[in-house]
Design a protein around this ligand. Structure first.
Ligand SMILES: Nc1nc2c(ncn2[C@@H]2O[C@H](COP(=O)(O)OP(=O)(O)OP(=O)(O)O)[C@@H](O)[C@H]2O)c(=O)[nH]1
Ligand SMILES: [Mg+2]
Length: 462
């Protein structure tokens, strides 16, 4: 007891796996946290993508393949995307029925997913489910998608191996060619080879492949005939997968990298859209669409406007943080300024007595002040010596003697901090920041408002 969901997933607990998948599908933050915890445990699974026209017998084939893999002692995860055939009747129950041969087998986990209803997109939802099964230690994960639609094809294209299933005599061959799934095949399966036209279909695929040039050592996709209902030809499919797996060993890393890149881009565009939507007032996006539809604004300008809005919002983060309160505008100590009578004597003290490294060039802070910074960890000590009788440092020393003159706090957005201080009625020396050294902006808080300490605020130059 007491083990986390992630731990139970990693231990392969089917209920934990199911729960994890639901969390991720809900796009909850708990789901995102879970992915983060599981991610380091992934990368071991061999991912097989199976696609083809609706009703080609993909699920039946996957079921048979699973049987073969189980015989070889492999554990299997199956993700079936949008099963439309009457058998599956949508959702889990159907695939449970079809895959009844594996029901109750802990070495097999089956999950069906609808195409629709994924806010974040089908590809992401599918890869996240595959990720959970990977973390759960499944040796092989098979993703089945219908080969219509770019999303579905992309899912399979980026798997470790892509299998395209075709069926004779339905005209689907042509459709499949149109859908652009032929190029992604590492293995062609002509299923329902008990039907007429299987040989003809196999030949036309071979003819198509003959048009491509293969270099010596290139993988040439085999064309295999199966009868998934009886299992005929399925061991040959498994054997071809094994051969491809060995053959593509060297390219697998690149292929997986491509998969991760696709995933990251996909996630990023999703997140960016979310951000943009948050930034726009309710109905504003629709108004922009109206504007584009009415030819008042072109789509490029509309997109630019949204992007600009998000950028400005990003720049305003500090200001918003300031409005949220002091904790959000954390300042760090930049340096402590000490008014001294003789900068060289003071330097010697900090160097000899305290062991600080003082070999930093002197700065001329102004005509009337010499300044020398001594680094001390994240902060530094600034020694200030007056060079004219009417300078602020000279007056300070005259009135109070040498000692700490000011402290400087570094802030990220000085204007936001000044706004906030004004809001609290804090007396300021500078209402607006002024230019400091090296492009920085500085402003002073009056010592009477800061318990006797002269506080300088500083925003580093960018
Ligand atoms: N005659 C014959 N029928 C098959 C064969 N393989 C599958 N079928 C049948 O074809 C129908 C569809 O099979 P599925 O496995 O659901 O096909 P699918 O490609 O997964 O379908 P979707 O996921 O809905 O696109 C079922 O009635 C199967 O029994 C086969 O090799 N020969
Ligand atoms: Mg299916």
């Amino acid at each position: 007891m007491g083990s986390t969901l992630a731990e139970r997933v990693i231990a392969g607990d089917p209920r934990a796996i199911a729960r994890a998948i639901s969390l991720i599908e809900d796009e909850s933050t708990a789901g995102a946290d879970l992915v983060r915890d599981l991610y380091p445990r992934t990368g071991r699974t061999y991912l097989i993508g199976v696609t083809g026209p609706p009703g080609a017998g993909k699920s039946t084939l996957v079921d048979r393949m699973t049987g073969e893999l189980r015989k070889a002692g492999q554990t299997v995860g199956i993700v079936a995307v949008d099963p439309t055939s009457p058998f599956s009747g949508g959702a889990i129950l159907g695939d449970r029925v079809r895959m009844a041969s594996h029901f109750g087998d802990e070495g097999v986990f089956i999950r069906s997913m609808a195409t629709r209803g994924h806010l974040g997109g089908l590809a992401r939802a599918t890869s996240d489910v595959a990720l959970v099964l990977d973390a759960a230690g499944k040796d092989v994960v098979i993703i089945e998608t219908v080969g219509v639609g770019q999303d579905e094809v992309d899912i399979v294209r980026t798997a470790d191996i892509s299998i395209v299933v075709l069926v004779p005599g339905t005209g689907d061959e042509v459709q499949a060619l149109k859908a652009g799934i032929m190029e992604i095949a590492d293995i062609f399966v002509v299923n329902k080879s008990d039907r007429d036209g299987a040989d003809r279909l196999a030949q036309s695929v071979a003819a198509m492949l003959a048009l491509q040039t293969f270099q010596a050592g290139d993988w040439r996709p085999p064309i295999l005939k199966t009868e998934a209902t009886t299992g005929a030809g399925v061991p040959e499919v498994i054997a071809a997968i094994d051969r491809f797996r060995v053959h593509s060993e060297g390219e697998r890393a690149a292929r997986r990298r491509e998969r991760q890149e696709y995933r990251l881009r996909d996630l990023l565009s999703h997140r960016f859209l979310q951000l943009a939507e948050q930034e726009l007032a309710p109905g504003e996006f629709q108004r922009l669409v109206d504007g584009v539809a009415a030819r008042e604004v072109d789509p490029y300008s509309a997109a630019s406007e949204i992007i600009e809005r998000v950028r400005r919002a990003g720049a305003g983060d500090d200001r918003m943080a300031a409005a949220a309160g002091p904790a959000a505008t954390k300042a760090v100590l930049d340096h402590v300024g000490i008014a001294v009578e003789d900068i060289d004597k003071s330097l010697a003290f900090f160097r000899d007595a305290l062991g600080l490294d003082v070999e930093v060039p002197e700065e001329v802070a102004s005509q009337r002040v010499r300044a020398h910074f001594i680094p001390a960890g994240e902060s530094s000590i600034e020694l200030l010596e007056a060079t004219a009788k009417d300078s602020a440092i000279a007056k300070y020393v005259e009135k109070r003697g040498p000692g700490i003159h000011h402290i400087t706090l570094r802030v990220r957005d000085i204007r936001a901090v000044l706004d906030q201080l004004r809001g609290r009625g804090v007396r300021l020396v500078d209402q607006e920041p002024r230019a400091g050294a090296e492009g920085s902006l500085v402003a002073f808080i009056h010592p009477s408002a800061a318990h006797g300490v002269l506080v300088e605020l500083k925003q580093k130059g960018s």
